[in-house]
Design a binder for this molecule. Structure first.
Ligand code: NAD
Length: 356
């Protein structure tokens, strides 16, 4: 199996190096090929997503991505900025399902802003639709307001829309993910106000007929936001649209205290995916050897589980991460008194050792 390795910018190369080390330490052997992306792609060939990088990503069975972006590229034209690479990859690879687990290892319970008893042992998965909704719906723009009390003034407008097939395919991803976990799925909508989300609710309910082993419930997005901070452990898998998912997944990420711990996956219709940490390229700490590589290592574990069907190897990596945390090893972002502070490379080495 071939994995495209796209380290990117900032801390990207440092953290991806550790994940590659972990992959190479498994019994299973993979063909790994590296290519530049983001600012590194721009430096190499004048574009954040060079043709050769895109071809490699298309040909591979899965993509392991670090992070892109650096303030020094902020003055470039928008299409040349590093962040465009990730949008280009999503579009060209047809990645529509974003999986964002929020896991709080008991050892890190103090890192959360919520009380430890509310979040300790948290393990939820947010499935966010990635290509539709109000973010991409047409028409959109600024025009002369055609009616109402502000008629004749300028108004901004966007269009919220979801096609049946779009809802069905993300619902299948979510039900299948729930089948691999605690078999509970919460579909989050705003069906009481929005036609689009009444339709969403009806379609998800229909897809549920194919997954009788999964318990489905529906929740309005405002209530879901409240429940996420009140009793987040009640959730197993949450599925929702692009905008609600954008907001809820960041809220869920913060429950766990450190962004350096959170992996993510973006999947296509055949479970081929791009795997990356939820954080950015952290230019403020790049090159210092202090970045937390665990989100990237856990992204590699997700890749084995969801795209490469190597569930045992994924379990091994996740257990190794638990083990190093139990040993008290911490990078600076998750350090607290009484634990041992380690750098990026030491953390990677410790995970490799713990695999055994
Ligand atoms: P960021 O996630 O890079 O950093 C936010 C804060 O978290 C910083 O203080 C950083 O030091 C810290 N941090 C992030 N990852 C860490 C890790 N693994 N270990 C320890 N600390 C970590 O977000 P930002 O500062 O807003 O953005 C920096 C750059 O990253 C920007 O150019 C932005 O566009 C880009 N970005 C890229 C992606 C992506 O590649 N998918 C996502 C978000 C932001």
């Amino acid at each position: 199996m071939k994995i495209a390795i796209l380290p990117g910018d900032g801390i990207g190369p440092e953290i991806v190096t550790q994940a590659v080390k972990v992959l190479n330490a498994l019994d299973e052997k993979f063909e790994l090929e590296t290519a530049p992306v983001g600012g590194a792609g721009y430096e190499a060939s004048g574009h954040p997503l060079p043709d050769a990088t895109l071809k490699l990503a298309k040909d591979a069975d899965a993509v392991l991505f670090g992070a892109v972006g650096d303030w020094k590229y902020d003055t470039l034209d928008r299409p040349l900025r590093p962040e465009q690479a990730i949008l280009g990859l999503r579009k060209n690879l047809g990645l529509f399902g974003n999986l964002r687990p929020a896991i709080l290892y008991p050892e890190l319970a103090n890192a959360s802003t919520l009380k430890p008893e509310i979040v300790s042992g948290l393990d939820i998965l947010i499935v966010r639709e990635l290509t539709g909704d109000i973010y991409f719906g047409q028409p959109r723009g600024v025009r002369e307001c055609p009616d109402g009390p502000f008629k004749g003034q300028r108004e901004g407008f966007d269009t919220m829309r979801y096609a049946e097939g779009e809802i069905r395919r993300i619902a299948h991803v979510a039900f299948q993910a729930a089948q691999k976990r605690d078999k509970r799925l919460t579909s989050v909508d705003k069906a009481n106000v929005l036609e689009t989300f009444q339709f969403w609710k009806d379609i998800v309910t229909d897809v549920h007929k194919e997954y009788p082993d999964v318990a489905l419930d529906h929740m309005y997005v405002d209530n879901a936001a409240m429940q996420l901070v009140r009793a987040p452990k009640k959730f197993d898998v949450i599925v929702t649209g692009n905008m609600f998912g954008d907001i809820l997944s960041d809220a869920a990420a913060m429950l766990t205290g450190s962004i350096g711990m959170l992996p993510s996956a973006s999947l296509d219709a055949n479970n081929k995916g791009l795997y990356e940490p939820s954080h950015g390229s952290a230019p403020d700490i790049a090159g210092k050897g202090i970045a937390n590589p665990l989100a990237t290592i856990l992204s590699a574990a997700m890749m084995l589980r969801f795209s490469l069907n190597k569930v045992e190897q994924a379990d091994r990596i996740e257990n190794a991460v638990k083990k190093v945390l139990a040993q008290g090893l911490r990078t600076a972002d998750i350090y607290e008194e009484g634990t041992t502070k380690v750098g990026t490379e030491e953390m990677g080495n410790a995970v490799v050792k713990a695999l055994a």
